[in-house]
Design a protein around this ligand. Structure first.
Ligand SMILES: NC(=O)c1ccc[n+]([C@@H]2O[C@H](COP(=O)([O-])OP(=O)(O)OC[C@H]3O[C@@H](n4cnc5c(N)ncnc54)[C@H](OP(=O)(O)O)[C@@H]3O)[C@@H](O)[C@H]2O)c1
Length: 213
């Protein structure tokens, strides 16, 4: 798990609760937030640097860092530590430098998911879960009624494995909308301005969208 923020702690906690061993990575090996998470989470949890965590994750590495610095974080994690692995990218390329609402650091003809896939061609990048808040990611039942989670990536086996993880998180199979191609990350990331507007209107209550056809 690359990232010690809300997503890292929430998704990492869910994974550990399911019995997966999780190493939470940070810029420093002794990050206080990660230490508290390890203490709370128990036997399946450990901490280290971004490189330690990426090396530890022999099945899947999760990017839960701010999109504006994700490429730097992944370079710190090390291309060798990502090669051949599923890289679940939950990040959003938000630029808060000009205040609220944030803008996107990349959009229209490119996406952060694609930038990551190009920078780390041996990783199997899958974009998912970035379109909802952290609680909904691991507790889809917190939103009433059916709703949708997207999965996009070039590698169909990697997409399948991420879908298995989503099922473990409690997502129904028919809630998972799969896209063939990491380029679909463009739309998933450009949804963020709408998500932020919905968040402004709805407030703290968990919410999500559903694709109906
Ligand atoms: N929060 C949500 O509910 C939510 C929902 C959907 C998607 N997302 C996306 O998920 C990602 C993570 O969000 P978050 O709220 O969990 O955490 P966050 O606060 O955005 O990120 C925390 C992590 O980023 C690292 N970091 C911060 N600045 C850095 C820098 N300059 N260089 C390297 N690393 C840096 C921190 O490192 P240290 O550990 O060293 O401090 C920490 O591990 C974001 O892209 C966000 O847009 C969040």
């Amino acid at each position: 798990m690359l990232g010690t923020g809300t997503v890292g702690q929430t998704v990492g906690g869910k994974l550990a609760g399911l019995g997966h061993d999780v190493c939470m990575g940070s810029r420093t090996p002794d990050n206080e937030g990660a230490a508290a998470w390890v203490e709370r989470t128990g036997e399946h949890a450990s901490q280290g640097t971004f490189a330690d965590a990426a090396a530890f994750g022999n099945e899947i590495v999760v990017n839960a860092t701010p999109g504006a610095v994700s490429l730097d974080v992944l370079h710190a994690a090390g291309a060798d530590n990502l090669a051949g692995k599923i890289l679940l990218d939950i990040s959003n390329p938000l630029d808060f430098s000009r205040g609220m609402p944030p803008t996107l650091t990349v959009c229209n003809t490119d996406s952060l998911g694609e930038q990551i896939q190009r920078a780390f061609p041996d990783a199997r990048v899958v974009k998912s879960l970035n379109t909802m808040n952290a609680r909904v990611m691991v507790d889809p039942g917190s939103v009433r009624g059916p709703h949708t989670v997207f999965v996009a990536g070039d590698d169909h086996v990697a997409r399948w494995q991420v879908k298995q993880l989503l099922l473990q998180f409690g997502w129904r199979g028919d809630a998972i909308f799969e896209f063939d191609g990491i380029a679909k990350a463009r739309g998933l990331e450009m949804y963020l301005p709408l998500w932020l507007a919905l968040r402004g209107a709805i407030g703290d209550r968990p919410f999500n969208i559903k694709v109906a056809s």
